[in-house]
Write a protein that binds this ligand. Structure first.
Ligand SMILES: Cc1cc2nc3c(=O)[nH]c(=O)nc-3n(C[C@H](O)[C@H](O)[C@H](O)COP(=O)(O)OP(=O)(O)OC[C@H]3O[C@@H](n4cnc5c(N)ncnc54)[C@H](O)[C@@H]3O)c2cc1C
Length: 463
């Protein structure tokens, strides 16, 4: 109660400081399988000055602060494991400027990607990072998100030119700027992007934009095996075609979608692709793609230019998450997120299916084949410790396989709570430097504590 009163006196608006039980619950549980923990108070700031005041106050009193964007992250990122203040950015949702001739927009962190793209249409521009959910730009920057477009445009870290952020002591700094390139000192923007709210809290984000392509065409092709589909994906990429997206869904996952949607999609490994660019380029690319796949046991090949029909073509891919949720109602979901070198992707997908079946589990398996990143989405029964252990064991085996091939435990979702042990396996040697950065910028460990690594309160020991 004392914390609430003190924050209320800082913010001065009862509507924006909440200890309502429902509001606390909404901020204490992620969308995945992790155990929740409620914050003590939720604050809805409207300016960088308020963010700074709240964080300075929290730092003085050693109170945890957990930034909250849209709450769609998948590794328990927004769960205030030690209580404290959940800082919800929904009201800081202004697009501050669009500089169409510079291909740059400056936004507050609570702007969502749909909101931004809606506003950019009139300029013939768009923002390409597309995680499956309508996430906030602040959350996307904090998790270094990506999605289906990353094969063409890269990931969030490639799009953020600069940041305004509040550090743990309440000071406000800026990193980067409005130029597309800079060699001025350490790349702090790149460090804060992907820091999951543990190093600083963004109050402004400067973003690179892209021109909307003249023509977009979508293709769906099916194959007798994952290996054949994976091989074709690599051949298409090597041919240098203007591929905007290339996704692979395994046959069992298509079956889950068919059962859910009552559809009759061919239950075969399926590649979903998008080609974008000028009209003649795209037309030529589709012809060449058809030629390439026909030499590789392709069982079916369809393409569409019309926007409605394109959406229908991708329907099976877009319904994967909902289908697996519907097939397992009442369960939590764990989404693995490894990324491997491209040449290992088919093997990794087959290995994942084998492991899932060996443990008698159900999973949707689909991948962003253009960059070697894929997901196994596994239902987790919250009431069964034994089943959860099996899911965790499967996750471990998938990660170990990826690491053994030079890959990573997370291509886009981040570490959060769920992958801390894997980060040690993957980056044990450089972890002391990561911890050192954390201790330097947040010595009292108030910013999203318990994420990325366990509590860091002492200076790192170098081996
Ligand atoms: C159906 C579904 C599909 C998804 N598909 C993808 C996908 O394809 N690719 C992908 O990358 N992700 C995907 N995700 C995960 C999720 O959408 C991303 O992780 C997204 O970036 C989270 O954004 P958010 O606004 O929801 O952030 P939140 O969940 O609110 O927060 C995420 C992290 O960012 C921090 N944070 C939030 N705001 C700030 C701020 N202002 N300053 C500093 N830190 C901040 C939080 O503390 C937390 O650590 C998917 C999720 C769902 C539910």
């Amino acid at each position: 109660m004392k914390l609430y009163e003190e924050l209320l006196s800082l913010i001065g608006d009862r509507d924006r400081v909440s200890i309502n039980e429902t509001v606390l619950e909404q901020h204490g549980k992620g969308v995945a399988y992790h155990e929740g923990h409620m914050p003590d108070v939720v604050v809805f700031p409207i300016s960088k000055e308020e963010v700074s005041q709240v964080i300075r106050f929290a730092n003085e009193h050693g109170i945890p602060v957990v930034p909250f964007g849209a709450g769609t992250s998948l590794e328990g990122h927004i769960i205030p494991v030690n209580g404290g203040i959940s800082l919800n950015f929904t009201l800081m949702n202004q697009i501050l400027s669009v500089q169409p001739d510079d291909f740059i927009a400056t936004v507050q962190p609570g702007v969502t990607r749909d909101q931004l793209n809606q506003a950019l249409k009139k300029y013939g521009l768009f923002f390409p990072i597309d995680p499956g959910a309508n996430a906030s730009i602040g959350g996307m920057a904090a998790t270094n998100a990506s999605g289906t477009n990353s094969v063409k445009y890269g990931v969030m870290r490639d799009q953020v030119l600069g940041l305004e952020l509040v550090l743990a002591d309440g000071s406000i700094i800026r990193t980067g700027g409005y130029s597309y390139k800079s060699s001025a000192g350490y790349n702090l923007t790149g460090l804060f992007v992907g820091s999951e709210g543990t190093l600083g809290v963004f109050t402004e984000i400067i973003l690179k934009l892209q021109g909307i392509p003249e023509v977009v065409s979508d293709v769906k092709a099916t194959f007798p095996s994952i290996e054949a589909a994976g091989k074709v994906a690599t051949m298409l990429l090597k041919a240098g075609l203007p591929i905007g997206k290339i996704e692979l869904v395994d046959q069992k996952t298509i079956k889950v979608v068919n059962d859910y949607k009552k559809t009759s999609y061919r239950e075969e490994p399926t590649l979903f692709m998008e080609f974008s660019g000028s009209g003649p380029d795209v037309e030529y690319s589709i012809e060449l793609a058809q030629e390439i796949v026909s030499g590789e046991q392709c069982a079916s090949f369809e393409f569409e230019n019309d926007s409605l029909k394109r959406a229908q073509l991708w329907e099976a891919r877009h319904h994967v998450a909902f289908a697996i949720l519907a097939a397992n109602s009442g369960m939590g979901l764990m989404s693995t997120d490894v990324c491997v070198p491209l040449s290992e992707l088919s093997n990794a997908l087959s290995h994942t299916r084998e492991v899932v079946e060996a443990y008698s589990l159900d999973a949707a398996i689909f991948g962003h084949v253009g960059d070697g990143n894929y997901h196994a989405v596994l239902p987790v029964d919250p009431n069964s410790t034994e089943q959860r252990k099996r899911v965790e064991e499967v996750h471990k085996q998938i990660v170990r396989f990826a690491l053994s091939k030079g890959g990573t435990c997370t291509g886009e979702h981040g570490i959060g709570i769920g992958k801390k042990a894997f980060l040690i396996e993957e980056h044990g040697d450089s972890l002391p430097i990561m911890r050192g950065v954390k201790v330097t910028v947040d010595p009292k460990n108030i910013l999203n504590p318990g994420k990325i690594f366990d509590s860091v309160t002492v200076a790192p020991q170098h081996n």
